[in-house]
Design a protein around this ligand. Structure first.
Ligand code: PNS
Length: 160
């Protein structure tokens, strides 16, 4: 059984992430979404909130499982027995950062490689940070994130 691991902050999940999840779920028997539990990054959503949203918007994909991790990704890969790490690439700027991380992860754990899927062009400009900023200014985000996520973003914006 081939196991993939798609790690990230997912603060919150966007249509760009969902696109990568749907496409990589077809490439693996099982796909773990590894949600980074790291408060040093000061996420807007708690790890439980992020995981609950991912579960909600991926419930139509049977071979997806949401999990948490803290610490090194190169070690977590062994904990769940993943064969590959999946990451999405939007642009050359992503590539510069991602190649460094992939090489370091391979150095730390030579068993695992990173596979990149290029983001579908309609989502190439999307990022969680930009979506959060739009939402905090009460902008419309339903084009960028699933409805459940847009609802939670509105709640956060109204609380500020
Ligand atoms: O969605 P993001 O924030 O781009 O995801 C980044 C993530 C979670 C993949 C990366 O920060 C990570 O793997 N963090 C775990 C700590 C770690 O292993 N760092 C060393 C990488 S060289």
């Amino acid at each position: 059984m081939k196991i993939g691991l798609y790690p990230g902050s997912f603060d919150p999940i966007t249509f760009g992430h969902l696109d990568i999840i749907e496409r990589s779920a077809r490439l693996f028997d099982k796909l773990y979404i590894g949600v980074l539990n790291n408060n040093a990054k000061h996420p807007m959503f708690t790890v439980e909130e992020r995981a609950a949203l991912i579960k909600e918007v991926t419930k139509h994909i049977p071979n997806v499982e949401v999990s948490f991790f803290s610490g090194l990704l190169a070690e977590y890969v062994d904990v769940i027995g993943a064969d590959a790490i999946i990451r999405g690439l939007r642009a050359v700027t992503d590539f510069e950062y991602e190649i460094q991380i992939a090489q370091m992860n391979h150095e730390l754990n030579s068993r695992v490689d990173t596979i990149y899927l290029t983001t579908s062009t309609e989502y190439a400009y999307l990022s969680s940070s930009i979506v959060k900023e739009i939402a905090m200014y009460h902008g419309e985000v339903t084009k960028f994130v699933p409805e459940a996520v847009a609802f939670k973003l509105k709640e956060k914006a109204n609380k500020r």
